[in-house]
Design a protein around this ligand. Structure first.
Ligand SMILES: NC(=O)C1=CN([C@@H]2O[C@H](COP(=O)(O)OP(=O)(O)OC[C@H]3O[C@@H](n4cnc5c(N)ncnc54)[C@H](O)[C@@H]3O)[C@@H](O)[C@H]2O)C=CC1
Ligand SMILES: O=C1O[C@H](COP(=O)(O)O)[C@@H](O)[C@H](O)[C@H]1O
Length: 262
């Protein structure tokens, strides 16, 4: 991908993990509704390629996509407990605006940050906590129906459906990445669910690099590291994107300390 990549939500946790890992591998246009301080920018990004805008602003989004080859769309309200008015505006309206602007601007592909919460109601009382453990073989693989556990999850399922529509109606290539739990340095501490869906910073950057480089039509994949504990399959991400994760929460104790040799 020689054309610039637009990264929305560039100043946040996922955006910064991506930029720290692959900031020098692509030309970027970085967008956030909050101004981005210089320590949040990879080297060599021109001032014109740093955009302060809200993703619900249709004109600003079309402008931001001028000449762009791919979009990584992260901006939104990431709180599982977020209220309806916020996810309706930031996550659903914002994501529709991003997809529509991508079509209008002639962008080839969009990677959408979906979430584990789009399917978190599969974690029933009967299945938990056993499904978070390495000897349990329950798996979600992306072909199942959404089953959100909260309104935030509903907004992510809506984003996936918008992606399906813009692929079918307009030919946009779309990959929805159901991100697990991103933490830097070590998996979430003393949290079996979080360890089963840990996404390390380096695997996160590599996964979105593959979303930029790979060819696909419409896909839903899980974005977790190669954890021994898991209830999400990463086979589709490997097959379609060439995802090759390096980290595993089993290399750490439950309280997040590296085990010997890790
Ligand atoms: N951090 C995680 O473990 C996970 C994150 N995700 C998703 O990944 C995306 C990024 O999450 P994080 O980086 O953790 O969140 P964050 O809150 O750290 O970053 C989000 C960024 O988006 C910006 N933003 C929010 N609403 C905006 C709007 N309407 N217009 C423009 N910019 C806006 C914020 O200013 C912020 O810089 C979100 O869509 C979230 O739902 C999904 C699953 C797990
Ligand atoms: O979608 C998200 O999921 C992660 C993990 O969820 P949690 O309920 O186990 O914490 C969350 O940390 C993140 O903020 C959210 O955007």
């Amino acid at each position: 991908m020689d054309d610039p990549v637009l990264l929305t939500g560039a100043g946040g946790r996922v955006g910064q993990a991506i930029l720290h890992g692959i900031g020098e591998a692509h030309e970027w246009r970085l967008l956030d509704r909050e101004p981005l301080s210089s320590d949040r920018l990879p080297p060599g990004v021109a001032d014109d390629d740093v955009v302060v805008a809200d993703v619900t602003d249709a004109d600003a989004m079309v402008d931001a996509m001028d000449g762009v080859g791919a979009v990584i769309h992260l901006a939104g309200d990431p709180r599982p407990e977020a209220p309806w008015n916020s996810v309706l505006e930031n996550n659903i309206d914002g994501t529709q605006t991003v997809f529509a602007a991508a079509v209008e601007a002639g962008v080839e592909k969009v990677a959408f940050a979906s979430s584990n919460h789009a399917v978190s109601a599969y974690e029933t009382d009967e299945r938990t906590p056993e499904m978070y453990r390495s000897d349990d073989d329950f798996r979600l693989d992306g072909s199942e129906l959404p089953r959100p556990g909260n309104l935030y999850g509903v907004s992510k399922a809506a984003g996936e459906t918008l992606g399906r529509y813009y692929h079918d109606a307009e030919g946009l290539s779309v990959v929805c990445v159901r991100i697990g739990n991103l933490t830097g340095g070590h998996p979430p501490r003393n949290y079996e669910r979080g360890q089963a869906m840990w996404l390390s910073h380096r695997d996160c950057a590599h996964l979105f690099d593959r979303c930029i480089r790979a060819e696909y039509d419409y896909e839903i994949v899980y974005g977790i590291s190669d954890n021994e504990r898991k209830y999400y399959s990463i086979e589709r991400a490997k097959e379609v994107l060439g995802y090759d994760p390096k980290d595993d929460s089993a290399e750490y104790t439950l309280d997040g300390e590296p085990k010997d040799g890790a």
